[in-house]
Design a protein around this ligand. Structure first.
Ligand SMILES: Nc1nc2c(ncn2[C@@H]2O[C@H](COP(=O)(O)OP(=O)(O)OP(=O)(O)O)[C@@H](O)[C@H]2O)c(=O)[nH]1
Ligand SMILES: [Mg+2]
Length: 234
């Protein structure tokens, strides 16, 4: 849950990259870290086994100060996707304000995606996080591989759910910034409706999003759209 320290004018947000094993959660954080290279001084912390599988989590801490002097801290986590790490996933998900669900686009991974999404819902419930209280976006990753769900199929899936859906080839960095910006935007919207950030801190969505773009070395405007026709995060 968002941590708001009014005395020190500090807001801490927790964003979690969730999804089945090997879907590309760690890769998303690595690419974000790379994209932000020049703009942030933060380190990407990873706790892996020798074969590069996430053992506990990855953490990319980010921070910036708004014009109004509000300190915003973002903590980006990944969960370990392997089935055996169920308990760790639940703990990492504690207090999440936003979740990027990283699905593997390969048709062969459909079942793993579905099981992981069910696991996410279960762990949100166990952590007392209501589905309406958390921002969720979905990324279909590995668009470069053969045997993937077609764009039309992804669009169809997107139109059935209410979560904004993004396509990505995280290994090349494609779609990574878009997914993150979509998640940041939706998270801000959830928090605004719950905690009135604008009224309490004078924090406007436009400024929040401008800071997000700046961290990525991007300028707002070339705005990112999910594949959902009607859009979700705009
Ligand atoms: N072809 C392709 N491979 C990718 C892509 N994104 C990630 N990978 C590869 O998929 C493998 C797993 O990526 P990770 O980012 O470690 O996956 P993860 O979701 O963190 O996996 P766990 O930590 O075990 O849950 C690595 O070999 C990546 O290089 C992509 O867009 N395309
Ligand atoms: Mg990982």
């Amino acid at each position: 849950m968002v941590f708001i320290d009014i005395q020190h004018r500090e807001v801490t947000l927790k964003l979690v990259y969730y999804g089945p094993a090997l879907s590309g959660k760690t890769t998303n954080l690595q690419q974000l870290h790379r994209l932000m290279g020049g703009q942030t001084a933060s380190e990407l912390l990873t706790l892996n086994t020798r074969d590069d599988r996430t053992l506990f989590f990855d953490l990319l801490p980010l921070r910036f100060t708004t014009r109004g002097g509000l300190d915003i801290k973002l903590k980006l986590f990944t969960v370990p996707g392997q089935v055996m790490h169920a308990a760790t996933r639940r703990i990492v998900l504690q207090g999440a304000d936003g979740v990027a669900f990283i699905a593997d686009s390969q048709v062969s991974q459909t079942r793993n995606n579905n099981e992981s999404f069910a696991d996410l819902r279960r762990n949100l419930a166990e952590n007392d996080i209501g589905l309406d209280d958390v921002a969720i976006v979905i990324q279909f990753n590995k668009r470069d591989l053969p045997g993937i769900r077609s764009d039309a199929e992804v669009r169809k899936i997107a139109s059935k759910g209410k979560e904004p859906v993004y396509e990505a080839t995280a290994i090349e960095g494609a779609g990574v910034a878009e997914t993150f910006l979509g998640l940041a935007d939706l998270t801000w919207a959830k928090l605004e409706s719950r905690y009135a950030l604008r009224e309490k801190f004078g924090l406007e969505r436009a400024e929040f999003m401008a800071q997000m773009h700046a961290m990525l070395g991007m300028t707002p405007g070339a705005d990112v759209r999910p594949v959902t026709p009607e859009g979700g995060a705009s």
